[in-house]
Design a protein around this ligand. Structure first.
Ligand code: PEP
Length: 249
């Protein structure tokens, strides 16, 4: 972990019911969490209100997506203003499932991120390469292109956390090795320093996502440029998510 405050997000994706979420909240409320870690959970939109009203204030709430601008005639969408109204402080944008399953592109994602920041929400900006891109030596190119789209769209990086999530590691049980993750995190930091500023490079937290669990998080957390995690599957289990949060070194 670097010098910034460790950041751990739990992305619940499209999972949960009122009952299962109530059990998860009670596990999280009773978990003992390291104080020096920012902790965020991202429930499905429908359950944000339930989570906000029963989860400890120690944990902040994120959405998993939002609209590109102010609300209005956009059937099925949710605006940043509405998310803030429910007490949501963060939004995950550019997640690989939205890029590759839903088909969101860099420009669309950049717009969403800029609008969310303009509404004083924090953005968890996700980037990451597909397996075939890694195998053909394009990991850095792909990550830098996705980063550039964020950089082009964003007026500031103050409330942005970058999540490096290799697509081949998400939900597959195939975690990147600490060395593989560190290599990309260092390259992302270097890109920020050359293309944004040295200050943004040193203060922006870069978190890793992709099959993080209670057994592999502490080795990953030891790496210099890994400033936290974005956790999918393992964030649905309260005690394991707490172990990951507490793996900060
Ligand atoms: C994610 O969805 O951001 C993620 C990293 O999922 P998992 O931890 O299940 O691989």
């Amino acid at each position: 972990a670097g010098s910034g405050k460790f950041f751990v997000g739990g992305n619940w994706k499209c999972n949960g019911t009122k009952d299962s979420i109530s059990k998860l909240i009670s596990d999280l409320n009773s978990a003992k969490l390291e104080s020096d870690v920012d902790v965020v959970v991202a429930p499905p939109f429908l359950y944000i209100d339930q989570v906000k009203s029963s989860l400890t204030d120690r944990i902040e709430i994120s959405a998993q997506n939002c609209w590109t601008g102010k609300g209005g005639a956009f059937t099925g969408e949710i605006s940043a203003e509405q998310l803030k109204d429910l007490g949501c402080k963060w939004v995950i944008l550019g997640h690989s499932e939205r890029r590759h399953i839903i088909g969101e592109n860099d420009e669309f994602i950049g717009k969403k991120a800029a609008y969310a920041l303009s509404q004083n929400m924090g953005v968890i900006a996700c980037i990451g390469e597909l397996l075939e891109e890694r195998e053909s030596g394009k990991t850095f190119d792909v990550c830098f292109q996705q980063l550039k789209a964020f950089a082009d769209a964003l007026p500031s990086w103050d409330d942005v956390v970058i999540a490096y999530e290799p697509v081949w590691a998400i939900g597959t049980g195939k975690v990147a090795t600490p060395e593989q993750a560190q290599e990309v995190h260092a390259a992302v930091r270097d890109w920020l320093s050359k293309n944004v500023s040295a200050e943004v490079a040193s203060k922006t937290r870069i978190i890793y996502g992709g099959s993080v669990n209670g057994g592999n998080s502490s080795d990953l957390a030891k790496k210099e440029d890994i400033d936290g995690f974005l956790v999918g599957g393992a964030s649905l289990k309260g005690p394991e998510f707490a172990t990951i949060i507490n793996s900060v070194t």
